[in-house]
Design a protein around this ligand. Structure first.
Ligand code: 2P0
Length: 337
């Protein structure tokens, strides 16, 4: 796309994505180069809306979910703006106002939607002429998974080749089609609070200490190839089976880290049991879990109300939302992808 002429202000909306083949581990921490490629589905719920406006002041001002951002949240956004400024050859500071419609830091991909929206709005506000690939590479530097939320539907984020600039240029996300499969993802929220261990710290510790990490990374490359083929042939049960085994494997690598990292709670396991029971009843429903206890269940659009009702019936501890395929990041002043 061509960026609309910048008047120093832009607003963007981006949606979270849920990985069906996970990103878990970096080979380059500074450039956010992943150990393995990943594949996700962008959702149509829980968007982040972010406005960026260039200002005269001496520092960036960041409002996050209605309050001034402090600590890590402020630092991560400021560091990201430094990267945008360096890329654009500009020095002005910015006012950033960002809000998540969904829970923040609960394993529901708020950093993916957040940095995809910030990359899109900041690139426009600073006048960067960035196409989808360039925005994906930029968003990656804020949060790896954000590279995928630049695009809608099924998206693959390439591992990329090599290190340094070669790795940076070749590690980007792109849509792979298959949206006509039109699946649903039933999000079973069992805990909306922020996680105790950030995914960034957890993936660093897993790659450094888990004896299961390398075998998982190798099998995840196989999963990615098989997943791409399953999306290509629109095979929802195969997509679900690969997604579930890949997620369980990722959690196994974390459990084996030293010390072990456990995001799943007893409530998560109750939901996983219910998914197995649904399958035993002939419903093609498959679970995936990220850096938190919430469970996302992939199924057909037609089966989603039954799957959601079954999970809601488990008890007050679970609340469901049905998501479908969602769009890529868009500027409210136009320029969608
Ligand atoms: C994913 N997750 O593929 C995996 C699966 C969580 C579990 O990407 O350090 O917030 O900012 O690059 O992107 C969460 O990690 O981590 C994540 P950083 P990010 O969706």
């Amino acid at each position: 796309m061509t960026s609309p002429a910048s008047d120093g202000a832009a607003t963007a909306v981006a949606y979270p994505n849920i990985a069906l083949v996970k990103y878990w581990g970096k080979r380059d921490e500074a450039l956010f180069l992943p150990v393995t490629g990943s594949l996700s589905m962008t959702l149509d719920i829980f968007p982040t809306t972010t406005s960026v406006r260039l200002i005269d002041g001496p520092a960036d001002a960041v409002e996050f979910n209605g309050a001034a951002a402090t600590g890590t949240a402020h630092t991560r956004i400021e560091k990201f703006l430094d990267l945008v400024r360096a890329t654009a050859g500009r020095t002005e500071r910015a006012e950033v106002i960002t809000a998540n419609a969904g829970p923040t830091g609960a394993g529901l991909a708020s950093s993916a939607s957040g940095f995809a929206a910030l990359a899109t709005a900041a690139a426009a506000a600073y006048g960067l002429d960035a196409d989808g690939r360039a925005l994906s590479r930029l968003a990656r530097r804020g949060s790896g998974s954000a590279s995928r939320s630049i695009f809608g539907g099924f998206v693959v984020w390439h591992e990329g080749e090599g290190d340094g600039e070669a790795g940076d240029l070749s590690s980007y996300a792109e849509p792979i089609g298959g949206d006509d499969l039109d699946p649903a993802l039933v999000v079973a929220v069992v805990e909306a609070g922020a996680k105790a261990v950030s995914s960034r710290d957890a993936m660093r510790s897993t790659t450094a200490t888990s004896p299961l990490y390398r075998p998982w990374a190798e099998s995840s490359r196989v999963d990615l190839a098989e997943m791409r083929a399953a999306v290509e042939r629109r095979d929802l049960p195969a997509i679900g089976e690969i997604a579930e085994r890949n997620a369980l494997g990722m959690h196994a690598t974390m459990l084996a880290a030293r010390p072990g990292i456990r995001y799943l709670s007893p409530h998560s396991l109750t939901v996983l049991d219910a998914v197995l029971a649904l399958r035993a009843d002939g419903i093609a429903a498959y679970a995936t879990m990220d850096a938190g206890p919430n469970v996302k269940v992939l199924c057909s659009r037609a089966d989603a109300p039954h799957v959601a009702a079954t999970l809601d019936f488990l008890g007050d501890f679970v609340t469901t939302r049905i998501a479908h395929i969602g769009p890529g990041a868009t500027l409210s002043a136009g320029g969608d992808r």
